[in-house]
Design a protein around this ligand. Structure first.
Ligand SMILES: [Zn+2]
Ligand SMILES: [Zn+2]
Length: 65
């Protein structure tokens, strides 16, 4: 099924900037478990959907609460 093929290692984001996270086009792939610099909605490596934000506010609130 969906699995990492190693392609993502070529396009992984070396310097993720939280401030301009969305603008930089850096996205998180949950399957490959890394941030990649890719201008698409699916990972070119594993073909799974990418997240534009690694921080889940809801989960953070739950932990704090
Ligand atoms: Zn991958
Ligand atoms: Zn991937």
């Amino acid at each position: 099924m969906r699995q990492c093929n190693g392609i993502c290692s070529r396009i992984k984001a070396k310097h993720p900037i939280r401030k301009n996270w969305y603008d930089t086009g850096i996205k998180w792939c949950g399957t490959c478990q890394l941030n990649i610099h890719w201008d698409g909605w699916t990972c070119p490596c594993c073909k799974s959907k990418l997240r534009t934000n690694t921080i889940d506010k809801k989960s953070n609130d739950d932990k704090r609460y």
